[in-house]
Write a protein that binds this ligand. Structure first.
Ligand SMILES: [Zn+2]
Length: 294
């Protein structure tokens, strides 16, 4: 399985979009998608290789990354990965020392240049680089940015049971510091336009607070769909949930909504976790939806 990929630059109207990779994690496909059947994936292998399946269609990988979105005078990050130095129960997230900021710099962006950080949901692998460890304290990595996150994610961790929630430590080290610094804004449950061209769309199911972020510019469309899908096989098999989907029925409904929307708009689909380029297009075919990496 070829897992590395040079970051391409995509265009949606006046915006340029490129991926800033944090890491790639490879594992048996069925450990991510329990319904996985190699014989169901096989007919689609042509649109999944080289980066998405390997080992006789039994292994796959997920990418963890940020989408860097730029237009004249504005720099936006969509989701911020796992982060460095975070203490996590999951070994693949724990104590990382990865050159993420160096990769961001290679794309031409220093932390002070970031205007907005948009989060699809408050999970460990989407909020990590919100903060970094400086002199033993977690401080906002992007000092001039406004950080936008779904209000439901904030309420999930600050409600009566908040401190007892699984992964509260992630909220405490990666989200609370930007709130306490006065840099956070909360997106209402029904979503809406948060910046010219950027509209939050409720897509719950993977998590209670999950939202996708639609980009529209110059008659073109993109969708940052977060964790509505973890692997492109879910485009052919929309009923397949990941092991991480909290509400399985709502996760399927949100996946269907996203597939219809992206196909209808001929939007560029920007995934939080697909391997290979992590981006592509979805079309309707004779037997459901089809996928093409771009
Ligand atoms: Zn994720």
């Amino acid at each position: 399985m070829t897992t590395g990929h040079d970051a391409a630059t995509y265009r949606v109207g006046s915006f340029n979009i490129t991926r800033v990779t944090e890491r790639l994690i490879e594992f048996p496909a069925a450990s991510l998608l329990p319904d996985w059947q190699a014989e169901r994936v096989g007919p689609h292998a042509g649109s999944l290789v080289p980066g998405s399946v390997g080992g006789d269609l039994a292994r796959t990988a997920v990418s963890v990354h940020t989408w860097l979105v730029r237009a004249d005078g504005i720099t936006i990050l969509v989701d911020t990965g796992i982060g460095n130095d975070k203490v996590r129960r999951q070994p693949v997230f724990n104590g990382l020392r990865l050159p993420y900021l160096e990769r961001l710099a290679a794309a031409g962006v220093t932390p002070g240049m970031v205007d907005f950080v948009l989060m699809t949901h408050v999970h460990t692998d989407h909020v990590g680089w919100n903060t970094m460890l400086v002199d033993g304290r977690w401080v906002p990595t992007f000092p001039n940015a406004r950080y936008l996150l779904p209000r439901a994610g904030y309420e999930y961790f600050t409600g009566p049971d908040g401190r007892g929630r699984h992964n509260y430590d992630m909220f405490a080290d990666s989200v609370l510091p930007v709130i306490e610094a006065g840099k956070a804004e909360f997106v209402p449950d029904d979503g809406g336009e948060v910046l010219p061209g950027f509209t939050y769309i409720p897509t719950p199911g993977h998590s209670v607070d999950h939202m996708s972020i639609a980009l529209a510019s110059g008659g073109r469309h993109g969708l940052f769909a977060g964790d509505v899908m973890h692997h492109p096989a879910q485009i052919f098999e929309p009923a397949w949930n990941s092991v991480f989907c909290a509400d399985t029925d709502r996760a399927r409904a949100s996946r269907r909504l996203v597939l219809d929307r992206v196909a209808d708009q001929d939007a560029l689909y920007f995934s939080s976790h697909f391997p290979d380029t992590s981006a592509g297009r979805i079309a309707r075919g004779a037997d459901g939806f089809e996928w093409r990496f771009e």
